[in-house]
Design a protein. Structure first.
Length: 381
């Protein structure tokens, strides 16, 4: 019996939530599958996969922003690859690669096409006309997929509400992380409690709101782990607010667990979200979480138990929630411990991988292309 060929597609190779997800699945599936990852060129995802001996094919046309010429090139590159290979299951991720891959799959006669929505592009926080347009686009893409994976119940409900797909064509499989790197002892680094945010410094994450909140918390330090186009504006806002000595921008770094062990509170002031890995990592590390009540975040953070949920864009509410934790170490410790227990119970990588590989096996067997071994014992690496 030939080993089935799994192709995972994601737009960019710079490290983020979708790349983390693809990396986990690629590592877990090898052995049961021949695995190929298609992605944009040159990023950390490419480096990590090649170091681990996983086949990567770079698609030069993949870019984040809309670009008709580049997007057409990426589509042709995808279509050429798929036509030249026997592909048993195509798993598409991220908005652009997800749509282009689904469009290319029928001509290549790929029998099973899965798409994971890592937070819908038409989610809350966008103008209504933009939501409607993007939902129409996703509705077209949904018709080209055998099954859609949503990373939160919120995203499945949102897709049903906008008529993207029926509830029965979508499966909720929540994100998960490997707990081992995050379970080491916490190490305090100073007398001021440290607040950390992990993520790209882009408008949807609203890091400037966090700077504004911390400006009124002289007891606290603030650390950003990640990079992006708002970096210079964050630095300028910190200088204007007189808090530049208390705000550190570390850029993108691979040692997330080590950074979290030196921090006290995790904050994510996003205007919209899917089910962010960074919050799960913070919970695994034993940090209380202050986040906005958007997307799948209420499915992660239990308000008043593992942290606090606040309205998006409300620096005052964010400040108030952070102040409660900054000024009360006992509360920080209690909420952090409760968050870790919740993450270990519900948001591990093994659970996410096991559910995803079981879905793969079910869909491939239903297609009649090939029989698969039971994936239950496959580990996340």
């Amino acid at each position: 019996m030939s080993t089935p060929h799994l192709v995972l597609v994601v737009t960019l190779s710079e490290w983020g939530g979708a790349q983390h997800y693809v990396h986990q699945l690629a590592r877990a599936a090898r052995g049961a599958y021949d695995v190929t990852v298609l992605c944009g060129p040159g990023g950390l995802l490419v480096e990590r996969l090649r170091t681990e001996g996983i086949r990567v094919v770079e698609i030069p046309g993949f870019r984040r922003n809309l670009h008709p010429v580049r997007d057409a090139q990426a589509f042709l590159q995808l279509a050429h690859f798929l036509r030249g290979e026997r592909v048993d299951l195509l798993h598409a991720n991220s908005t652009k690669a997800g749509l282009l891959a689904r469009m290319a799959a029928p001509a290549a006669r790929v029998p099973v096409v899965v798409f994971t929505a890592h937070g819908w592009a038409f989610t809350e926080g966008r103008p209504p006309w933009v939501q409607r347009f993007l939902a129409k686009t996703e509705s077209f893409g949904a018709r080209l997929a055998t099954r859609i994976i949503c990373v939160s119940e919120y995203d499945r409900d949102l897709a049903v509400r906008f008529g993207v797909a029926s509830r029965g064509r979508m499966t909720v499989i929540r994100n998960g992380v490997d707990p081992d790197p995050f379970l080491r002892d916490y190490k305090a680094t100073g007398t001021r409690p440290t607040i950390v945010m992990i993520g790209r410094l882009v408008p949807p994450k609203d890091p400037l709101c966090l700077v504004d909140a911390v400006r009124r918390l002289p007891e606290a330090r603030l650390v950003f782990l990640g990079d992006g186009p708002l970096r210079t504006r964050i630095e300028a806002a910190a200088r204007r607010g007189g808090v530049d000595a208390r705000v550190s921008l570390l850029g993108s770094r691979p040692d997330v667990a080590a950074v979290l062990r030196t921090c006290d509170i995790f904050a994510l002031p996003s205007r919209w979200e899917g089910l962010p890995f960074a919050v799960i990592e913070a919970m695994m590390a034993g940090l209380p979480v202050v986040a906005t009540r958007v997307g799948g975040l209420p499915e992660l953070v239990e308000h008043g138990v593992t942290g606090f949920l606040v309205p998006a864009g409300d620096a005052g509410a964010l400040e108030e929630a952070l102040r409660a934790l900054v000024t009360d170490e006992t509360l920080r410790r209690r909420m952090g411990a409760a968050g870790r227990q919740r993450a270990l119970r519900e948001f591990t990588a093994d659970r996410m991988v096991r559910e995803t590989l079981a879905l793969y096996a079910s869909l491939i067997q239903r297609s009649g292309r090939v029989n698969l071994p039971d994936p239950v014992n496959v580990k996340s690496g």
